[in-house]
Design a binder for this molecule. Structure first.
Ligand code: PGA
Length: 256
């Protein structure tokens, strides 16, 4: 059985001081039952990572970088490497979030180089994929998502692929309050799993966690989690409220 995976994506929404307060509130409320059933990861603004590492030490809540560059060091002003993220406590890194793709023009080639660098340096990548509204309306969801998956994972050894977490986030649902129907999301998750099967074999693909994201709330979390190929949730706005995020995690402790 795949262990459920929950990621709080705080984006650029908290200062270092606020991140400390939020992390402490979560540490106090995320209990052993939740941690038994779910892997819990927080992606804070990068400046807050050392503070989070301190605040969460010994708690089993993990930390993710929200982004990274694909080189280890050098003249890349404003960027950070996988090894730098590791040094400040990250074990995961988000790669190819739709905000990175759209606002910062990241393409699948760069995303692929970042994935390789993350795996090389011992970080677990969370590869984000998802279609835009016009692509959905044109009936191109699977073509877009499976294309992102294939190009993102190009030339990555099949034996490494089972480690990667895939996040399906329809772009039109991120930060909008609009949500995909759980059955429609399940269809995409199932197709992602068969796509992974072609890349790394059925057995490895069965082990990959594929999580859903896009306007997840305590109200809709359980409906997504009841789908067989939805292995967890990536949560933006609702993760900034400790009560909401903990309620979502509690939904993760129930297996239907
Ligand atoms: P949202 O963000 O939950 O606010 O829609 C999700 C995400 O960007 O991962």
């Amino acid at each position: 059985m795949r262990r459920r995976f929950f990621l709080a994506n705080w984006k650029m929404n908290v200062t270092v001081r606020e991140a400390r307060v939020l992390a402490a509130a979560l540490r106090d409320r995320i209990d052993a039952v939740i941690l038994q059933a779910c892997e819990v990861v927080i992606a804070p603004p990068m400046l807050a990572m050392p503070t989070l590492a301190q605040e969460l030490a010994g708690s089993r809540i993990a930390i993710a970088g929200a982004n990274m560059y694909c080189e280890d060091k050098g003249p890349f002003t404003g960027e950070v490497s996988a090894s730098m993220l590791k040094e400040v406590g990250a074990s995961y890194v988000l790669i190819g979030h739709s905000e990175r793709r759209d606002l910062f023009h990241e393409d699948d080639g760069l995303i692929n180089r970042k994935l390789k660098a993350a795996l090389r340096d011992g970080l677990t990548p969370v590869l984000c994929v998802g279609e835009h509204a016009d692509e959905r309306d044109a009936g191109r969801v699977l073509e877009v998502v499976l294309g992102q998956l294939q190009r993102g994972l190009d030339e990555i050894d099949g034996s490494r692929l089972a480690q990667v977490v895939v996040a399906y986030e329809p772009v039109w649902a991120v930060g909008t309050g609009r949500t995909a129907q759980p059955q429609a999301a399940e269809l995409v998750h199932g197709s992602i799993r068969s796509g992974l099967g072609d890349l790394c074999g059925r057995n490895a693909a069965r082990r990959v966690r594929i999580v859903y994201g896009g306007s997840v709330t305590p109200t809709n979390a359980a409906a997504y989690l009841s789908q067989p190929d939805i292995d967890g949730l990536m949560v933006g706005a609702a993760s900034l409220d400790p009560d909401s995020f903990v309620q979502i995690l509690k939904a993760g402790t129930v297996r239907t």
